[in-house]
Write a protein that binds this ligand. Sequence first.
Ligand code: SDX
Length: 421
Amino acid sequence: MAESITITDNRTGNSIEIPIVSGGVDAAAWRKLLPGIWFHDPGMATTAVTSSAVAEIDGETGILRYRGYPIEQLAEQSTFPEVAHLLIYGELPTQAELDEWVDLITHHTFIHENFRKRIYDAFHYDAHPMGLLTSGVAGLSTFYPEAKDIFDTENRRAQIVRLIAKMPTLAAAAYRFSRGLPFIFPDNANDYPTRFLKMMFDVGGEYEPDEALVRAMRVLFILHADHGQNCSTTATRVVGSSHADPYTAIAAGCAALYGPLHGGANEAVINMLTQIGSYEEVDSFIASVKRGGHRLMGFGHRVYKNYDPRAVIIKKAAHDVFGVIGKNPLLDIALKLEEVALADDYFISRRLYPNVDFYSGLIYQALGFPTNMFTVLFAIGRTPGWLAHWNEMIEQNSRIYRPRQVYTGSELRDYVPMEDR
Ligand code: SDX
């Protein structure tokens, strides 16, 4: 049987056969046969906007691989800088490549003093850290005007390094600002997760994070590093496709991630668990979800119609962390919610399972992060993925994103003077 489809225009009887290649069919053939007729695909649920080699997701079987490597192996054996290199350059680095990469990132963690001292002063003390981070990333573009030269490979690498290096600094600065605490300069003697935790929580140079907490941070950054054409990566690609600089494209990724249906879900899960309040209230909450009164935040996924493999790893990491710093009391409510939902036909029929956000917030909260920092943590982790797709899009010499629409508005009509309305 031919790996192809045939489309027939019944108005003319004309047909065209289109080969199925890597799970997709080329829309150009459609345009040839049916000019002016568009696929109507709200949310792009059935549309492949690009080809990509960065991450492979199999939603049916719950598989996630970065450049072919299973997420389980990377979470267990790799480091965040190494995963960032893999995502962006396509290969695990040699020791020499990794040493150079880590050295570059380590020595670009500072942000310009003009920016650091004033960046957040324009905001209210209780501004949401994601609003601060999104603004900060966009503002960074003004310090590196050469970043607009996006077709220079070495220049792209320099901006990629800066963004991976500076996101934790901007993030920690947002937290310290919101707490009225002094800014902590990055300590380049530390590894990536340790440096971030110290910028966040150090007081007087005495804070040394427990190894189990650093391990959890490492795993969480790796698990969030990429996920194909998700909402925020698509936003990064869309903005990048206009040849905007990478800081502006990544700021677009931050903006999209902020929403509670996407990266904001980890914060929404904790708020949901807190609202449920007790183990005994779980059944009534599930009943409310089934009536449409609430969404079960942290459940469901556009692609995974099985258990999100990241949720499995995070659930295990949660137990490791709680073994060190004590159990998060909300864990019992989360476990009960999962148990009840996975046995209930409403969720089974809709193929709703825990996603990456269901347990991550419990760890973040146990690590001492306030809920309004959770999406910021997601953004730090996702930065290499956003950059890998931005880089790939430029290497593919992609066209500017400009989707079509099915127009359903008014037909032609003449302007009506006010006295005749
Ligand atoms: C992330 O795309 C990615 O890869 C994202 C991400 C990444 O790494 O980048 O994986 C990270 O964003 C994970 C998702 C975090 N969001 C949440 O946990 C928010 C709660 N989940 C949903 O709102 C929802 O499941 C989405 C947004 C994740 C997916 O939405 P879809 O694919 O558009 O699904 P849908 O809204 O069309 O739902 C299909 C059905 C509907 O029921 P019916 O209208 O058919 O009766 O399932 C129901 C929905 O009402 N449904 C839910 C639900 N999610 C879907 N019902 C209750 N609780 C939910 N969480």
